[in-house]
Each structure stands twice: as C-alpha cells, then as structure tokens.
Write a protein that binds this ligand. Structure first.
Ligand code: CTP
Ligand code: MG
Length: 190
C-alpha cells in the first residue's frame, strides 16, 4: 500500500516537473514588458505587472528543456514506472516537444487567467489568493494536455495522480516561494 502510494506520488512529480519548472522559472526570468502592455479595463490592469513576456517565454523554454532531458534520459530509468512525454503513437522528437510546449504553456496560461480574474475582483498584483494561487498552473497544464494530447493524458494521469498532485503542489509551491523570497527573486514569501 505504502509503496503503491509512493509510486503514484513519484510519477505525479515526474509528470508535473516541466510545469513546476515553467512556473518557477517565470519568477526567475520575469521582468520587463508586461503581457497586457500596461493596459487597464475599468481602471484595473488587465493582468498586472506580475505577468510578463519574459516570464512566459522563459517558463516555456525552461520547462520544455527539462522535459526534453526527461525524455532523452528515457533509457536510464525504469520506463515501466516513469511515464514519458512521448504522445502515444508518435515517438518523434517534434511530438514530445510540442506536447511539452503545450503542457508548459498551459501551466503559465492558467496562471495568467487567474491574474485576469484577480484583477477583475479588485485583488492587487501579488496579493494572496490561497489555493488558487497554488493550483492555477496545475489546472492549466492538465487542461491543455487533456485538450491537445488526450490519449497521452488519459494514459498517464489516473484519478490517484490528479489527487496526489492537488495535495502535494501547494506544499511544494510554498517551499519554492520561500526559497525565491530568500534569494531575493520574490518580494513576498508566497
Ligand atoms: N512572472 C512573470 N511572468 C509570468 C509569471 C510570473 O514575470 N508570466 C513573475 C513576476 O515577477 C511575478 C512573479 O513571477 O511577480 C510571481 O508570479 P505570481 O505569483 O504568479 O504573480 P504575482 O506577482 O503574485 O501577481 P498576481 O497577483 O497577478 O498573481
Ligand atoms: Mg503570487
């Protein structure tokens, strides 16, 4: 039982790693031109200064890079235990890169959609929105891969994986944000 749970957790972390990397790299690479170019709707920024082009692109590139390493190291870990990023029925390098781009873009898009609704609700940039701040990118990555690579998604993510991801991610998120704050990459520790 314990080992079964452990395998689910490890598989979940492995599958989500490109999205985790994308989300945390956005903090590292972020800065410069905001995605909304500073525009507002009804006096509130569309997205705010916390969503930048460099963060978006840096996140996609970093997450796709790490995912590619996961795919290329395929022969060095137990394949039956760890899923990979080849969409089923198409094992070309283009197919796994497109899956990873969709997966990491979905993660950052989830985060952007959240900021859009935060601003509409009058919540300022950087203000806490517990649970949603931690799961926005998970939902984005899962939704986008489900829409564009449904057979890969269904084969890899069982309900157990999704539940474990939802439980583990907020803790990971918190730990990473505290580190980001300590190294001066985040202005607040959440
Ligand atoms: N970031 C970025 N571009 C993105 C996503 C994140 O530049 N597409 C950077 C920003 O510097 C941002 C930081 O990562 O401040 C943390 O991201 P997040 O917590 O999602 O943004 P917040 O600043 O909290 O803004 P919001 O209230 O809109 O979530
Ligand atoms: Mg935030």
């Amino acid at each position: 039982m314990l080992s079964y749970t452990l395998i689910i957790v490890l598989q979940s972390l492995w599958l989500m790693l490109p999205a985790y990397i994308a989300n945390s790299s956005a903090v590292i690479f972020g800065g410069g031109k905001p995605i909304d170019f500073g525009r507002s709707i009804k006096g509130e920024r569309i997205l705010g200064d916390g969503k930048t082009w460099l963060g978006l692109i840096g996140g996609i590139v970093s997450g796709t890079f790490i995912g590619s390493i996961q795919v290329l190291s395929l022969n060095y870990y137990p394949n039956e235990l760890f899923p990979n990023f080849y969409p089923y029925d198409n094992r070309s390098s283009i197919s796994y890169i497109s899956l990873l781009i969709i997966f990491t873009f979905g993660a950052l898009f989830g985060d952007i959609v959240k900021s859009f609704f935060k601003r509409r609700a009058g919540i300022e940039r950087g203000a806490k929105l517990p649970i949603i701040d931690q799961l926005d990118f998970v939902l984005g990555a899962l939704l986008f891969s489900y829409i564009f690579f449904d057979s890969w998604f269904i084969k890899n993510f069982t309900a157990y994986h999704i539940i474990s991801i939802i439980i583990i991610t907020p803790f990971l998120h918190k730990a990473v944000n505290i580190i980001g704050y300590k190294i001066g990459k985040k202005t607040v520790p959440w």
